[in-house]
Design a protein around this ligand. Sequence first.
Ligand SMILES: [Zn+2]
Ligand SMILES: [Zn+2]
Length: 328
Amino acid sequence: MASKPLCLVERPVPEPGPGELQVRVICCGVCRTDLHLAKGDLPPRARDITPGHEVVGEVVTTGPGATRFRPGDRVGVAWLGGTDGTCRYCRRGAENLCPASVYTGWDRHGGYAEYLTAADAFVHPLPGGFSDAELAPLLCAGIIGYRALRRAQVPPGGTLGIWGFGGSAHLAAQIAMGQGAEVHVFTRAPAAQDLALSLGVASAQDSFDPAPVPLDSAIIFAPVGDVVPAAVAALDRGGTCAIAGIYLTDIPSLNYDKHLFQERNLCSVTSNTRGDAAEFLTLAQRLAIKVTTTPYPFEQADKALADLAGDRIHGAGVLQLKTVGPDG
Ligand SMILES: [Zn+2]
Ligand SMILES: [Zn+2]
């Protein structure tokens, strides 16, 4: 991040094509995936793409055939920006695995901008009860955390361990607790441990400390392969560990008896479906989850990413846009 990979440029306001909306950005969350893209951990899919995929904005104009929203509607634009709708994965309801999927801020210009366009069919209506800044991290951190929680298959009243406690984890932990799980947090950052305890988790300790109880489920949010053996070793018989990130450093070798035997499961989490998003946004409102954000002025996007890299953000970072719109 020392090379300051972001640069501020002027571009024409994008016009919506068929089936698209033109959205004025109100704020945009800062996600770890933006950091992986800026650092080159994830290869770029197109040149000079504007990052940002936790976009809260207002519909300005609608393109031909875009009928779900009207000008003035407040909407969310998230990571999954489009799929073909026809491949074998889309046909079985697994659109998160679509090989032709496109992503906001990776294939399409994202929300570190005053305006963007987005496919009407992939834009989300937003729940009430949250400020604009609180809604932003729900749109990726929240949705992907929810999919990870589903993949981790926590049984009713079960125990869940969470490795890493940033934007995504602090939301997933609250959903899990709202559904009756006992949550234990493993992170090296004292501030993150404090946040976890303030939200009501049963315990918070260092990433490599032993789990206080056998875990039915685990979710790894830290992009650190070194914690995988610790997480699977902490699983009870039949337990499941889900790796939530799009990027993970190499996993050290596992010992079959110590880490996997007794039907323990280790799985990844890839993107999300629109169904995951709708379900999560409904539950976030119903369970009144608390969203912790740290605001950054738009011009300080580089600082926000550097702070994220250095674990210096409390909760989720959110870029605030100040645009007053084309009419002044
Ligand atoms: Zn598909
Ligand atoms: Zn994200």
